[in-house]
Design a protein around this ligand. Structure first.
Ligand code: AHM
Ligand code: MG
Length: 332
C-alpha cells in the first residue's frame, strides 16, 4: 500500500534557502550559495566520519594546533574540506578556523563574506563513535570588496553575524542554522544525498530539563559554579554531558536546559573559543528564545580581540542562564 512508502516530509534545504531568498528581492543569492557550500562540505565530512573506522581516518594526525591541542586526522580533513568548498564557492574572501593560527585568505577578492568556524568540534569523541559537529559563523566583511582582507573583518562581535549554524554528525546528521529570523533544522537523508527540513522554527523549551557541565572538573570550579550545580541537584534536574559542544547544545535546544563551560582554576577564561564556538551557538540560542552569556555579558556583544580568544560559556534556556549568572561571584 502507498502508506508503506516513506517520503521525506520536509522540503529540501536547497529549496528552503531559495524560498527564503525570494523574501528579499534585492538579495544577490551569495549568502544562499555560501550556505549551500557549507551543506555540501558537511555531507562530505559526514561520509568520511561514517566510514572512518574502515578507511584509516581514525586517530591522531601527529601535529598540534595553535592551542596546543593534538590534531586528529578527521580534524585536518574537515578543515581542508570546508576551506576548499568556501574557496571554490567564491562568496567568502577569508576565514578563521580552530585549526589555523592566522587568517586564511581564500583569494576570493570579490567575496563579500568572512567565516569563523570550528570544522570538527568534540575532539575527544572523534574516534569513539560519539556525536561530533561543525560550527560556523558568517559575517559581512567590513573592509572594501576587492581590497585586502583586514583583521577587523574577522574580529566582529557576534551581533554582526548574518548567519550561523552547526552540523551535528549524530545518530542522524543534521544541519541547523539561523539567518536572524528563527532557527530551522534539516535532517540528512543519505540515500538521497539531501538535507530535508525536519525541525521548523525551533523554540527552546522553558523547562529546565537538563544541566550539562563537566563535573569531573568540579574541584577546580569557583564557588559560583559549584553553587549553581548544587541548585540544579536540589531541583532534581537531570545531568547530561557528552563532551561535544554541538551535541550537548542541540539536545538542550530541543529539550530545554543549560550548557556551561565556566572559568576554572587552570583556565581563567574557560575553554571554548568566542569567535568560532560560542558566537554561533549564542545566535542560535537567542533566535530560539534562549540566551547565552559569559556569566556577566551577553556573548554576542563581546568584541573579540584575538581570533582564538576563549570565553566562559553559559547557553540554553533563558531562565536557567539567568539563574546561573545570578550565582556569579564578582569577587572571584
Ligand atoms: P575541541 O574544539 O578541541 O573539540 O574542544 C571543544 C570541546 C567541546 O566540544 C566540548 O564541549 C568541550 O571541549 C569538552 O571539554 P572537556 O573535556 O574539558 O569537558
Ligand atoms: Mg572546538
Amino acid at each position: 500500500a502507498l502508506t508503506n512508502i516513506h517520503l521525506p516530509i520536509g522540503i529540501p534545504l536547497d529549496r528552503f534557502i531559495k524560498k527564503k531568498q525570494e523574501d528579499f528581492p534585492f538579495a544577490t543569492g551569495e549568502l544562499s550559495q555560501l550556505l549551500r557550500d557549507i551543506a555540501l562540505a558537511s555531507k562530505i565530512v559526514n561520509l568520511e566520519i561514517a566510514r572512518s573506522g574502515l578507511s584509516g581516518l581514525e586517530g591522531a594526525f601527529g601535529t598540534q594546533n595553535v592551542q596546543g591541542e593534538c590534531q586528529q586526522k578527521l580534524d585536518i580533513l574537515a578543515n581542508k574540506c570546508f576551506i576548499r568548498a568556501l574557496k571554490r564557492g567564491g562568496e567568502v574572501c577569508a576565514l578563521i578556523s580552530e585549526e589555523n593560527e592566522g587568517v586564511i585568505d581564500l583569494g576570493n577578492t570579490q567575496g563579500k563574506y568572512v567565516v569563523a568556524m570550528d570544522p570538527l568540534d568534540g575532539s575527544s569523541n572523534i574516534d569513539v563513535n560519539v556525536s561530533i559537529g561543525t560550527i560556523f559563523s558568517i559575517y559581512r566583511r567590513v573592509s572594501e570588496v576587492g581590497g585586502p582582507v583586514s583583521e577587523a573583518d574577522l574580529l566582529q562581535p557576534g551581533t554582526k553575524q548574518v548567519a550561523a549554524g552547526y552540523t551535528l554528525y549524530g545518530s542522524s546528521c543534521m544541519l541547523v542554522y539561523t539567518t536572524g529570523n528563527g532557527v530551522n533544522g534539516f535532517t540528512y537523508e543519505p540515500s538521497l544525498g539531501e538535507f530535508f527540513l525536519s525541525h521548523q522554527n525551533i523554540r527552546i523549551p522553558d523547562n529546565p530539563t537538563y544541566y550539562s557541565v563537566n563535573e569531573g572538573a568540579y574541584r577546580s570550579f569557583g564557588a559560583d559554579t559549584k553553587a549553581f550545580i548544587e541548585y540544579c541537584k536540589d531541583r532534581r534536574i537531570s545531568a547530561r554531558y557528552i563532551g561535544s559542544l554541538v551535541a550537548d547544545f542541540h539536545r538542550n535546544l530541543l529539550k530545554g536546559g543549560i550548557y556551561i563551560y565556566p572559568k576554572t582554576a587552570a583556565q581563567p577564561n574557560g575553554k571554548l573559543r568566542l569567535c568560532y564556538e560560542c558566537n554561533a551557538l549564542a545566535f542560535i540560542a537567542e533566535q530560539a528564545g534562549g540566551a547565552a552569556s559569559d556569566g556577566m555579558n551577553r556573548i554576542m556583544e563581546i568584541g573579540p580581540e584575538k581570533y582564538h580568544q576563549r570565553s566562559p560559556f553559559y547557553v540554553g534556556t533563558k531562565a536557567m542562564v539567568n539563574e546561573a549568572c545570578g550565582f556569579i561571584d564578582l569577587g572571584m
